[in-house]
Design a protein around this ligand. Structure first.
Ligand SMILES: [Mn+2]
Length: 325
């Protein structure tokens, strides 16, 4: 079993770097910091390298003082672990740290994972990498504490949308129960990650709703966000996170897309589905990837052309999914 090899490599390594994906989300950050704190307990020289600063809503995470934004320079590590990262491109500039490492590990749960490391442990049934790291920490013989449990809880809670999405399993709840037993303050964390929104983000949400277009008897929702909208709202880039759910949450909607236009010809696409469309397959047509119910891609070109093509591809996926039942 690959995980056993990974355990022995971790035990044998002195210095370990942890790399979550670019635009790190709650799972990527929570899993990385939980693993870092556990490795510190084993007296490892461990570090987390990020592509960008930690978003404000995750600034309360324990261990974040050990995470740094990669400046293009890092020392050599015995072992490098990519977390929650489907392919090497999702490591951004930090793929250099990864390429230069002697031993590489890839811990992930995306079904589009390209198995780009030497040791790949991809568990697609895990709701979050937090579940995998939880298992790993247990196998390493490190006891949970409130800080590690808090990081893991944030990882699992965010990737399951607060234990509401279809990826939530009995195991997810069992792990969450254990984390709560180890000191997680459930109401405090949930308020911080789900119920604290800046005024700027609320303004951006208003513009997002105004931009919304619906197709196919309101089964498909498109939201468009431009640089100008973000600027007008006074919002930060991280405020665009989760806005796609404004479309997905509509009763009739099966597939929601958020098109974040950067400049005139770069478009970041977020895709979400509710019950039956595999959006990772759609993202795959545009060199992206992700999960069945949450995926994304980056496209260069004109927004009008992309909208037209994407709409056709989503319609096709809707049709095929319905036929297959
Ligand atoms: Mn994840």
């Amino acid at each position: 079993m690959v995980l056993n090899h990974i355990i022995s490599k971790i035990k044998g390594a002195k210095s370990i770097a942890i790399l979550p994906h670019v635009s790190a989300d709650g799972d990527a950050l929570g899993s990385s910091l939980a693993l870092l704190l556990a490795l510190k307990k084993l007296n490892k020289d461990a570090a987390v390298y990020l592509e960008e600063e930690i978003p404000f809503i995750y600034s309360f995470l324990p261990g974040k003082q050990h995470a740094e934004v990669y400046s293009g320079r890092a020392k050599e590590f015995d072992l490098v672990i990519a977390l929650d990262t489907g392919d090497m491109e999702r490591l951004g500039e930090r793929s250099r740290i990864f390429r230069e490492a002697l031993i590489t590990v890839n811990l992930d749960h995306h079904n589009t994972n390209t198995e780009f490391a030497f040791y790949n442990h991809v568990q697609t049934r895990a709701s979050a990498v937090g579940e995998i790291v939880y298992q790993l920490i247990k196998m390493l013989g490190v006891s949970l504490d409130a800080d590690i449990a808090t990081c893991l809880y944030v990882a699992v809670a965010t990737d399951t949308g607060g234990f509401r999405y279809g990826n939530t399993t009995a195991v997810t709840h069992q792990i969450a129960g254990d984390l709560v037993n180890n000191g997680v303050n459930v109401s405090d964390i949930n308020q911080k990650i789900f119920e604290s929104v800046s005024l700027q983000k609320v303004k951006l949400m208003g513009m997002a709703i105004n931009s919304m277009e619906l197709f196919e008897n309101n089964k498909i929702a498109f939201i468009t966000l431009t640089d100008e909208m973000v600027r007008k709202a006074g919002a930060k880039e991280e405020d665009c996170d989760g806005i796609v759910n404004l479309g997905r949450n509509i009763y009739s909607v099966e597939v929601a897309a958020m098109l974040r236009m950067k400049g005139t010809d770069l478009i970041k696409v977020n895709l979400r589905s509710k019950n039956y469309v595999d959006v990772s397959a759609i993202a795959g047509m545009y060199s992206g990837g992700g999960h069945k119910r949450a995926a994304g891609c980056i496209v260069t070109g004109k927004i009008e052309d992309l909208k037209e093509k994407l709409l056709e591809d989503i319609k096709e996926a809707l049709k095929n999914s319905v036929i297959r039942g």
